[in-house]
Design a protein. Structure first.
Length: 225
């Protein structure tokens, strides 16, 4: 799905070779400051490498129309933007400029359940806590159904039990839709429970990239197969 060759970005990342498979749950791990967020930003083409090339679906990122690319590859940052207005406004904002048809009320409610956000759709989004805002942004991306979900520490503002519940829901959802999830995590429990592929970054270099869990060695595999 993503292919990186001889990619350098400032003195932050120096990746000789990395292949990220599609339709997998991929965890990016590594110590703080190792370059994980920078890697996600490169994949989303928010930034470009100084050297080397990154391909998405066999086309160099530089040849992708940026709008088209970000419709397929969406990133949820650690502190996502919350817009003025209600929970509902925030869920639907992605549909405002897109070509996708707006979703109905039931879908909005169902998506809030996936991220365990039990709030009224008409509530002012700015009254939510940090963790709730993060989940609202997660729900917003889920509704848009991109090919690739890039999640930067999606559980950073969540307690252990909520993390377990939401990750289960997210992984199930992504698997069902046959999408790809690439997430940065510092949680060993999340890696052990959900990763199908792990990429470890150390000081800007890929230390380890390997398949793990139930899909190890399989050409195709979804949980439950
Ligand atoms: N635009 C930038 N210009 C210069 N340095 C940067 C820039 N963005 C990040 N850095 C530096 O690059 C290094 C890697 O940052 P990055 O955010 O990718 O790390 P990370 O592995 O995601 O860290 P964490 O786990 O703490 O979130 C850090 O030392 C950071 O300060």
């Amino acid at each position: 799905m993503f292919t990186l060759r001889s990619v350098k970005y400032k003195d932050i990342l120096d990746i000789d070779e990395l292949d990220i498979p599609e339709q997998r749950i991929i965890c990016i791990v590594g110590e703080s400051g190792s370059g994980k967020t920078t890697l996600l930003r490169l994949l989303n083409h928010i930034i470009s490498p100084d050297e080397g090339e990154i391909w998405f679906q066999n086309t160099p990122l530089s040849q992708w129309n940026p709008v088209e690319l970000r419709r397929k590859v969406m990133m949820l940052s650690q502190s996502p933007a919350i817009f003025e207005g209600t929970v509902r406004d925030n869920l639907l904002i992605g549909f405002k400029f897109g070509e996708k048809p707006p979703v109905d009320e039931n879908q909005l409610q169902d998506t809030l359940k996936i991220v365990r956000l039990n709030k009224d759709l008409l509530l002012d989004a700015n009254s939510l806590s940090g963790g709730e805002k993060q989940r609202l942004a997660m729900a917003r991306i889920l509704l848009l159904k991109p090919e690739v979900f890039l999640l930067d520490e999606p559980s950073s503002a969540l307690d252990e039990e909520t993390t377990q519940f939401i990750m289960e829901q997210l992984v199930h959802h992504v698997n069902q839709l046959k999408k790809t999830m690439i997430m940065i995590t510092h949680s060993k429990a999340v890696v052990e429970a959900f990763a199908e592929h792990v990429v470890e970054i150390k000081k800007g270099k890929v230390l380890i990239t390997k398949e793990v869990g139930p899909c190890k060695g399989a050409s195709t595999c979804r949980f439950g197969n």
